[in-house]
Write a protein that binds this ligand. Sequence first.
Ligand SMILES: CC(C)(COP(=O)(O)OP(=O)(O)OC[C@H]1O[C@@H](n2cnc3c(N)ncnc32)[C@H](O)[C@@H]1OP(=O)(O)O)[C@@H](O)C(=O)NCCC(=O)NCCS
Length: 191
Amino acid sequence: MSEAWREVEAPATEIAVRAQEPDDVAALAELLNQPQVVRGTLQMPNTSAEARRRRLEGETDAVRLVAAIAGEVVGMGVLTRGRDRRAHTASMEVAVHDAHVGQGAGAALMAALLDQADSWLGLKRVELCVFADNVRAISLFERFGFEREGLFRAYAYREGRFVDSLAMARLKGLRMADSPPSLDLSAKSRS
Ligand SMILES: CC(C)(COP(=O)(O)OP(=O)(O)OC[C@H]1O[C@@H](n2cnc3c(N)ncnc32)[C@H](O)[C@@H]1OP(=O)(O)O)[C@@H](O)C(=O)NCCC(=O)NCCS
């Protein structure tokens, strides 16, 4: 079976991906305050650096990576593993500083997080949610083998309106075409 995400090439720019360290927190708090990052995620605008710092330092039960270009932290990626009967899954988040989008940091973070999922955690399923109009992010995720599973309507409130979100997932060794979802949403429920 072909696993398309394995064919993604490394980005051209020299990007170092490594574990998040305590010294990165100030740069990451600034990154999470960027207008396009707030727009593309569930971050709230006008959040103090201190509140972001507390959150970044508090969440330890996850794989947290940063991407750096010439020593400057430009992106972050998080893989949060499910528990108990969902231990074969993880949710993924990626964000790149507004000033550094389109330089390959997002792809480098995705490649590293998925290598962790595949080669070190043995995960079956990696999932994420992305606003349905976030074309750049969706195309990046699809490049790495994520497929569209469904639509959450009015998922979040953004810039004065409700916005839909796509549920996407990448299942190791299982493409949607090989195993289409069985749920028929048009079927009437029986009591
Ligand atoms: C989504 C995000 C992580 C991508 O990071 P990035 O560093 O810009 O990603 P890369 O440079 O590695 O790749 C971006 C890809 O999108 C493509 N792209 C850029 N703009 C695009 C557009 N308007 N439409 C379609 N594709 C687009 C690029 O061509 C590139 O693909 P390629 O390498 O095949 O050419 C980044 O834009 C971001 O952090 N956005 C704000 C936060 C966010 O939306 N996070 C995702 C939440 S689910």
